[in-house]
Design a protein around this ligand. Structure first.
Ligand code: COA
Ligand code: AMP
Length: 659
């Protein structure tokens, strides 16, 4: 089992396990009486027709159905905007910060209402109706938020695709969601690089079998996109011509959006989010997890293409009546490693949330946080991190330089909000480095062994959630109930399989230790090594391959390929590596950060032919490992270590016990 790191300040040493009454009371109620608990929380959102049926779930084999608030009717955009107009019309709803510090825009709730209503009408006049899909491929600009909310307003299902994905990835998502319309822009900005989006969009549509009827294209001043007559529409012209559209009535169980995330194969999973459960969870989380009040300024420095962006740039802060910050820049080089502090100070941010990788990037460039000294951060109360495990050195650095609570919390695209957190609005627990603290209300977390038995404290196993999960979590995968069942529910009947391994300590703190499947996390981006293997394996010289995520100081993990050549192939390792790097860039995108492919004579396998990927990763990371008893030929492990050492990749050391 991995080493535990305790980090409880002396003055808190008793509080953690004695004084948890408030949390315990709320948590117990949430799991023992979900109907009562969530009925109460549901009163905090606006319903067109209030729900009387709260939880209706069935996990009978062949008849899985997850419904929250099923007789309720509401509109998510109404909850984000319209309901605040009486009180907050002139309050800033969105602050947009460009990558250039001179660019910034404040959009009030009233202005947001106007923009979203017009956008909704553009879609409606192009025959986009309730239940139709709309794919959004936009950079981090206010129009991305307008587009999301416009879809919600008319009951269309949005599918936002991260701007860093290559056309091939976008094409897969177009073919799965089959959008009637697509919304995009002429370009995005990556540091000092302009990334033209329109050629990527055109190429994706060329590759896709499904063809959207309309593409609405926003021309940004730094790059002009060629529009295709008949299909493409100029965004600004259309907006100017549009009249506002009202909210439509949407059933709580209707899908609000599809968000694709990496699974273990080349086909991403279309996570479905419902309307009612999502709205209730978003509202509940703002106070209970983030301890923020309506009217406060909340900033999630993420991307709208990820779950964090959906939930905590757009929906939750707006449902709660906060001001949300939308930042197109990066933690560093836009223009420097003081950018985050500057934006927090300029806009009096109260609660901040980002991925640990962003702070690692800042720490690398400004280890003593000197740039922070230039700014007044007196409004800032809490810093949250998620998206990957927060390594203790980064946590300690952040605690020290900020003097604030630094709260790691754990969640997934599938849940849409935190499943484990220090619930700062309920009861603040002492932080233990390496732990995301305790299960969030509504999530009954269990650690199971291979056979599905619950493990005692401190034993590492599969992190699972006893069904049902809290509202807001996925009710299914888009058009794929069977995959929903096989990916998450079949392995341990009665439980949701998260795909993470971890343990709970004797004080009930949850330690998430990493994925137990073929998913890796590169700079906060969730990617599939299974998909990378499919792509590497498609190269004509490659007989077989394994892609593993090895430790990376900045990005947390990065993928590395091990490749066995087909008999008779004489391609030079360097040439093959160049071609494979280009192939992954072309198919997935630069974000995959695939930089190395090592040619080896053979891969370590079990006698039944299963590649021992975990052992490869442990070798690369210089971690102790035990030689599996099922291994075909243990000597291969030395060859693998040699391959990493020869190329100075990772921290491989050659010899392990018994070799
Ligand atoms: N659109 C287009 N390309 C993108 C992109 C996007 N949205 N995001 C990343 N890329 C490209 C980069 O330009 C880079 O391309 P290059 O190889 O041609 O230079 C490549 O993908 C790798 O990017 P990345 O791994 O992000 O490295 P970086 O050096 O550009 O930036 C960080 C490093 C840490 C600053 C950056 O990864 C970061 O801000 N991470 C935080 C992510 C985050 O907030 N995730 C949310 C989870 S809550
Ligand atoms: P995503 O669906 O992109 O949010 O990625 C979810 C995965 O990221 C989880 O299954 C974890 O492996 C990892 N993850 C997210 N947050 C944390 C965290 N706080 N600690 C450890 N791992 C995390």
């Amino acid at each position: 089992m991995s080493e535990k790191i305790y980090d409880v300040p002396a003055e808190w040493s008793k509080r953690a396990w004695i004084d948890d009454a408030k949390y315990r009371e709320m948590y117990d109620r949430s799991v023992k009486d979900p109907n009562g608990f969530w009925a109460e929380q549901a009163k905090r959102v606006d319903w067109i027709k209030a729900p009387h049926k709260i939880e209706n779930v069935s996990f009978a084999p062949g008849n899985i159905s997850i419904k929250w608030f099923e007789d309720g009717v509401l509109n998510a955009a109404y909850n984000c905007i319209d309901r605040h107009l009486a009180k907050r019309a002139n309050q800033t709803a969105i602050i947009w910060e460009g990558d250039d510090p001179s660019q910034s825009k404040h959009i009030t709730y009233k202005e947001l209402h106007d923009e979203v209503c017009r956008m909704a009408n553009i879609l409606r006049t192009r025959n986009v109706k309730k239940g139709d899909r709309v794919t959004i491929y936009l950079p981090m600009i206010p129009e991305a938020a307008y587009a999301i909310l416009a879809c919600a307003r008319i009951g269309a299902i949005h599918s936002v695709v991260f701007g860093g994905f290559a056309p091939h990835e976008l094409a897969i998502r177009i073919d799965d969601a089959k959008p009637k319309a697509m919304l995009s822009a002429s370009c995005g900005i990556e540091f000092d690089k302009i990334v033209p989006y329109k050629p990527l969009l055109d190429e994706a549509i060329r590759q896709a079998s499904h063809q959207p009827e309309h593409c609405l294209i926003l021309q940004r001043p730094m790059c002009h996109a060629e529009l295709r007559t008949g299909r493409d529409v100029d965004w600004e012209t259309a907006v100017n011509q549009a009249i506002p559209a009202d909210c439509v009535e949407v059933a709580a169980t209707d899908p609000l959006y599809i968000l694709y995330t990496s699974g273990t194969t080349g086909k991403p999973k279309g996570i479905v989010r419902d309307n009612g459960g999502h709205a209730v969870a978003m509202k509940y989380s703002m106070k209970s997890v983030y301890n923020i009040e309506p009217g406060d300024v909340y900033w999630a420095a993420s991307d709208m293409g990820w779950a964090v962006g959906h939930s905590y740039i757009v929906y939750a802060p707006l449902i709660h009546g906060c001001t949300t910050v939308l930042f197109e820049g990066k933690p560093i080089r836009t223009p420097d490693a003081g950018t985050f502090w500057r934006v927090m100070a300029d806009h009096r941010v109260n609660v901040f949330f980002t991925a640990p990788t962003a702070f690692r990037a800042i720490k690398k460039e400004d280890p003593e946080a000197k740039l922070k000294g230039n700014y007044d951060l007196s409004a800032l109360k809490i810093i949250f991190v998620a998206g990957e495990r927060c390594d203790p050195p980064t946590l300690h650095w952040l605690q020290e330089i900020s003097g604030l609570p630094v709260i790691d919390h754990w969640w997934q695209t599938e849940s849409g909000w935190a499943m484990v957190a220090n619930m700062m609005g309920v009861e603040e627990f002492p932080v233990k480095a390496g732990s995301a603290t305790k299960p969030v209300c509504g999530y009954e977390l269990k650690i199971l062994d291979e056979s599905g038995q619950e493990l005692p404290a401190n034993q590492e196993g599969y992190v699972c959630i006893k069904l049902p999960m809290a509202p807001g979590s996925l009710p299914t995968l888009w058009n794929d109930d069977a995959r929903f069942r096989s990916s998450y529910l079949n392995r341990f009947p009665g439980y949701y399989l998260t795909g993470d391994g971890g343990y709970v300590d004797e004080d009930g703190y949850v330690f998430i230790m990493g994925r137990v499947d073929d998913v890796i996390n590169v700079a906060g981006h969730r990617l599939s090594t299974g998909e990378m293997e499919e792509i590497v394996g498609s190269h004509p010289s490659v007989a077989e391959c394994a892609v593993v995520g090895i430790a990376d100081e900045l990005r947390g993990q990065r993928p590395v390929g091990l490749v066995v050549l087909k008999d008779g192939q004489t391609i030079h390792e360097g040439d093959l590596e160049t071609q494979l790097v280009a192939l992954i860039r072309e198919k997935i995108g630069a974000v995959a950060y695939f930089r190395n492919a090592l040619v080896v004579k053979r891969l370590p396998k079990t006698r039944s032919g299963k590649i021992l990927r975990k052992v490869i990763r442990q070798i690369a990371d210089g971690e102790a490992y035990s030689i599996p008893s099922t291994i075909d030929d243990p000597a291969i492990l030395n060859e693998i270590a040699d391959a990493f050492q020869t190329r100075s990749i990772g921290n491989a050391f050659a010899l392990q016990e018994g070799l």
